[in-house]
Design a protein around this ligand. Structure first.
Ligand code: TRP
Length: 456
């Protein structure tokens, strides 16, 4: 979409300027305070993507932490456009992160496969083609390790209809052609399917699109927000959705944005599913991974060993180092590698060997899980069925979790009963809320009084 590296004066691709994107899009950087709060609230050390600024920006993530803290419902939403059946390591990044969020928060997750998008946005692809990619992509996604009890995967061609379609139309009714142009850069020759597509991707942010998960009481479901982990290029869809949500009194989705993994050719270059040398693919053998890294991974090392020993390597452009930042879990080991490479002690060949080993392990583990995914599992994940989740076990008020049957609205916790302790806490919270509301009212009245005074 709108995000890609520029070509510099020297003809070489420049790295994407993520700070500039945050300013242009009007999102917020994820800072130390937010991560500390995250750890306090969840009791979990932030994922390495968060610790290392790979997942780097957000919109209203703190509101999701508030909800988690209080035991109020929310859900996760992410997606993929099935544009090919060769999935590379870069594709797995947002999904790895989403799985970790699902483990952390214990909430429902919906995964959208935009087969319609990949048909509309390509001159060549047929509907049959994108549908076949969809099938193999779903298996790849399942192999990342999602919990079937809490995960619903759907394809647009199959799932659009019913409550979801109502929301799509609600959203599209509130977007003018002018706005769509300004947000996505469409022109007079853009096919109208593309212009409309944003409503489909956006409406998935609303819990009321999924009555089989959240129930049919729209008064309740329209108040349940999504947390959307995605690559930063998807932000425009959700900026638009957030605007419309506010206007129709639906919960606005929160977002958490990831950076891209560079292609083997270095900063600013993009992995391409159709260029084998550009990426490590999830079906590459251990030998292919070794050969690709050795042959193509852009190096920040110096030309001769002598010069390297003297001046050291540049980790800011080195692809093997960049991949280790994404995939090596141990912070201290990563730091040792950085120091050693920058001092010239560690040579490019050594660094590549570490990177090769790490990627081989990562890809082999994926392949082992992928081999076990069959059509039955696909049918399970894609079935429209109730999900089961528990939310925050430490929350003072355990609000609506397991939904029995399609019709039950998100009720009052597992068996519908609250314990004495929960009731007590609930009562306390009510009193606090009532006091707050009273204060707000007084303030408002004062302000109104002052306003009236001025007018008179
Ligand atoms: N448009 C995305 C793509 O081309 C797919 C997608 C749909 C998505 N909904 C999403 C990605 C939500 C992230 C989050 O890949």
């Amino acid at each position: 979409m709108l995000v890609s590296g520029e070509v510099g004066d020297d003809g070489v691709m420049k790295a994407i300027d993520y700070t500039k994107l945050v300013q242009e899009f009007g999102t917020k950087m994820i800072d130390k305070e937010l991560l500390e709060r995250f750890e306090r609230v969840t009791g979990k050390k932030p994922h390495r993507f968060l610790r290392r600024g790979i997942v780097f920006s957000h919109r209203d993530f703190e509101l999701i932490l508030d909800r988690y803290e209080r035991g109020e419902p929310f859900f996760l939403y992410t997606g993929r456009g099935p544009s090919s059946d060769s999935v590379h390591v870069g594709h797995t990044v947002p999904f790895e992160f989403t799985r970790w969020l699902q483990d952390t928060f214990d909430v429902p997750l919906v995964i959208m496969l935009t087969d319609d998008e990949k048909y509309l946005f390509s001159e060549k692809r047929t509907i049959e083609e994108v549908q076949s990619y969809c099938n193999s992509n779903v298996k790849d996604i399942i192999a990342v390790g999602f919990d079937p009890a809490k995960t619903f995967i759907f394809s647009d061609f199959e799932f659009v209809g019913g409550a979801f379609y109502k929301n799509i139309v609600r959203l599209s009714k509130h977007i003018t052609l002018n706005q769509a142009r300004a947000i996505f850069g469409f022109n007079d020759s853009t096919n109208i399917g593309r212009i409309h597509f944003g409503a489909i991707q956006g409406a998935t942010s609303w819990a009321s699109s999924f009555p089989h998960i959240f129930g049919t009481d729209e008064k309740k479901t329209s108040a349940i927000p999504a947390l959307i982990p995605c690559a930063i290029d998807q932000d425009p869809y959700f900026r638009m959705t957030r605007d419309v949500s506010a206007r129709i009194h639906y919960a606005k989705p929160s977002l958490i944005h990831a950076k891209f993994l560079d292609a083997l050719q270095g900063p600013g270059t993009k992995m391409s599913a159709s260029i084998d040398e550009s990426a490590i693919f999830m079906r590459d053998s251990a030998k292919q991974i070794k050969n690709k890294i050795n042959k193509y991974a852009f190096s920040g090392g110096k030309v001769t060993v002598e010069e390297h020993r003297e001046k050291g390597g540049d980790t800011s452009v080195d692809v093997s180092y960049a991949y280790l930042r994404f995939f090596l879990e141990d912070d201290e080991e990563l730091e040792r590698i950085r120091v050693s490479y920058e001092s010239g002690e560690l040579l490019t060949g050594d660094l590549k060997a570490i990177c090769i080993k790490e990627l081989q392990t990562y890809v082999a583990a994926f392949q082992e899980r992928r081999a076990k995914v069959d059509d039955e599992q696909v049918a399970l994940f894609m079935g429209t069925r109730p999900l089961k989740w528990a939310g925050n076990p430490r929350a003072p008020i355990v609000v609506p979790q397991v939904v029995q049957g399609g019709d039950a609205a998100a009720g009052e916790g597992g068996d519908g009963k609250l314990t004495k302790n929960q009731l007590k806490k609930l009562e306390k919270q009510r009193q606090i809320d009532a006091k707050k509301a009273q204060k707000a009212k007084e303030k408002e009245e004062q302000a109104a009084g002052a306003g009236a005074g001025k007018e008179a």
